[in-house]
Design a protein around this ligand. Sequence first.
Ligand SMILES: NC(=O)c1ccc[n+]([C@@H]2O[C@H](COP(=O)([O-])OP(=O)(O)OC[C@H]3O[C@@H](n4cnc5c(N)ncnc54)[C@H](OP(=O)(O)O)[C@@H]3O)[C@@H](O)[C@H]2O)c1
Length: 280
Amino acid sequence: MPAIPVTPLPSGATMPTFGLGTWRMGENARRRADEVAALRHGIERGVTLIDTAEMYGGGEAETIVADAVGSRRDDMFIVSKVLPENSSQRGTMAACERSLKRLKTDRIDLYLLHWRGSPPLQDTLAGFEALASAGKILHWGVSNLDIGDMSELAALSGGGACATNQVLYNLTRRGIEYDLMPWCRARKIPVMAYSPIEQGRMLNHAALRDVGSRHNATSAQVALAWLTRQDGVITIPKASTLTHVDENLASLDLKLTAADLAALDKAFPPPKKAHPLEML
Ligand SMILES: NC(=O)c1ccc[n+]([C@@H]2O[C@H](COP(=O)([O-])OP(=O)(O)OC[C@H]3O[C@@H](n4cnc5c(N)ncnc54)[C@H](OP(=O)(O)O)[C@@H]3O)[C@@H](O)[C@H]2O)c1
């Protein structure tokens, strides 16, 4: 079983660099048992980070997480997210209470603003701070915030406590490498890379297959290893089959060589200028 490395957070605490995503879980009752089983399998194999959100399955994904985690709560690092429309100070606090109920827990390890909406960041931050003081969240962060929004957040009193920015990042979406990632790195804020295999759309790319064939690895494993080899990058592939969970976990053992990285750079060139942050 591959050991899962950890990444330091600005607070000095750490979080695992590899976890399980849950978007699209909880949308179909007939798939529920398989989704619980996939998450539970990951947990049994040593995964402790799970990423979810009040949005996913209209709250059902959080109940799936609760079922999968069961009595292992204290081993876990659970991330959930508040929707922008709920992100006023009071709305954030109320949304968190609902998530805690669905997750059957008394605290969320890392609570994120899912993307920016109309409430001022200051109000969401006030909600996060109140939740943290009450012990209901241990860390807070954001998602889908580009460099302008991150700078605005950092300038707020208490804004320096932001623990992560969860953004779309994979070999086919490298725009953040130009400015957002260096900005986060300079402040020791890890980036959580979502849709790390582009929801499966990148897996037939010849360069991924070629690099994979050098290591007897799959395209998904190459794409994940490319992310997790980078300091300050956490990834959360979603898998609802046991085979995909095992395959993705095994990517932690894949060490890409300089020649592999050069081939990947050639096929998926890094950005040469700033691009607005993309989101799914
Ligand atoms: N903050 C945000 O705005 C945001 C946005 C998007 C995603 N996220 C988070 O990031 C997580 C991951 O992103 P994602 O779900 O969009 O996409 P993803 O992880 O890139 O891809 C998930 C898809 O790939 C398939 N898959 C997984 N492992 C595979 C493998 N080894 N080989 C072939 N196919 C494989 C899955 O199928 P099966 O399910 O059939 O295994 C699923 O269809 C989400 O679940 C969510 O937690 C956050």
